[in-house]
Design a protein around this ligand. Structure first.
Ligand SMILES: [Fe+2]
Length: 371
């Protein structure tokens, strides 16, 4: 057996190559958009790619699955319930995919998304039991995948996690993310075991009710350009340029300076319910998840100051605007919090937001953490 995990620092995603060293057949799971890295490895090791599997339709990064299949002739696989606009081999719960002597056993684990599958890896020449499980965004290290990415459901996630916890303690867990916005408390380690998570994952000690409340009540903000990325991965659009790339340099503006900028457009990239509750007077709201699909509403000829709650989301959004050619973009340091602290003018309902509490995550991407 051959196994390799690829970690993408830009989006916090993990992808996998699993191969038979006997037959030289290989499978790639959850490939990132940059597929050359997998092709280089396959060539170097003399592997033949038979299957490319997306554990689910991703909403936070563009999948390389179709491109990798196009280049290699491998078969593209998704769970049978996946609602995408291109052909694929439908996988079913309980099915085994053969990769040489290896078996990839499909377990349908909806919750983060309805079509999400986990893959148990069995090497029968070593053991009839699985040694590892690729969990996509079901069970994460120290966390579970959030349920609000398009048809996901916290109670389904509870069922799926309960099912995975029936696996033996020794089974290695290799998730689809090690950091990023798909969970709120990921540990940062790229793998774990069923036994360790059973003991120390705080969510796995909860009964169904508190588990569901915990998932529904608090989430990180939806990822930057989620709408464009998800539509691209469904085949409904071709907006791969919406993936944030690199760290563009963006000036920071403090609230006093921003107030003096007069004509500048204040672009608040928080979720609508956060904006409704309280926002800087005169600001407009385009959540970071919708920036790429609503770019037409952001004028290129005006100075733009991007705002969020504390300065994290606004920096990433401003970096993206730079990436797509906006010249005069700044990020408001300290965000709405700093503005309010100085007693500068705001508007909004003043009511507690009717929606999940948006939490900060310990995500170091782009040198910022949280929102
Ligand atoms: Fe996901």
């Amino acid at each position: 057996m051959y196994f390799k995990q690829f970690l993408d620092e830009q989006c916090g995603c993990a992808s996998y190559v699993v191969a038979s060293r006997v037959s030289h057949d290989a499978v790639v799971v959850d490939p990132a958009a940059g597929v050359q890295q997998y092709q280089d490895l396959l060539e170097e090791r003399g592997f033949r790619l038979t299957y490319v599997i997306d554990t689910h339709v991703h909403a936070d990064h563009v999948s390389g699955a179709r491109e990798l299949c196009r280049r290699t002739g491998a078969e593209l696989c998704l769970h049978s319930s996946a609602k995408v606009l291109y052909p694929f081999r439908p996988l079913h719960d309980g099915e085994d995919l053969e990769v040489g002597q290896l078996r990839l056993h499909v377990v349908h684990t909806p919750g983060h998304r309805p079509e999400l599958i986990s893959l148990l890896i069995v090497n029968p020449s070593r053991s009839p039991e699985p040694s590892m499980v690729l969990t996509g965004d079901s069970l994460l290290v120290g966390d579970v995948g959030r349920p609000d990415f398009g048809g996901g459901e916290a109670s389904a996630q509870y069922e799926s996690i309960t099912r995975l916890l029936r696996l033996p303690d020794w089974v290695g867990v290799f998730p689809g993310h090690f950091e990023g916005p798909c969970g709120k408390g990921m540990c940062g380690r790229p793998s774990t075991t069923i036994g360790f998570e059973r003991l120390y994952n705080p969510l796995l000690r909860l009964e169904r009710g508190p588990f569901v409340s915990s998932l529904d009540g608090e989430v990180p903000a939806r990822p930057l350009n989620m709408a464009a990325i998800e539509a691209t991965n469904r085949g409904a659009a071709d907006l791969a340029w919406a993936m944030p790339a690199g760290h563009q340099s963006v000036p920071m503006t403090d609230p006093k300076e921003a107030q003096d900028m007069g004509r500048a457009l204040l672009l608040d990239v928080r979720e609508p319910h956060e904006f409704e509750s309280q926002h800087i007077k005169g600001a407009i709201n385009i959540p970071q998840a919708d920036i790429a699909t609503q770019l037409d509403e952001i004028p290129r000829e005006r100075e733009i100051v991007v705002v969020c709650q504390g300065g994290g989301r606004s920096l990433r959004s401003a970096q993206f605007l730079k990436q797509v050619g906006y010249e005069s973009v700044a990020s408001l340091s300290g965000g709405t919090d700093a503005w309010v602290e100085l007693g500068l003018p705001t508007e909004g309902s003043g009511q507690l937001a009717d929606g999940p509490r948006i939490v900060e995550t310990e995500w170091a991407h782009a040198g910022v953490s949280g929102s």
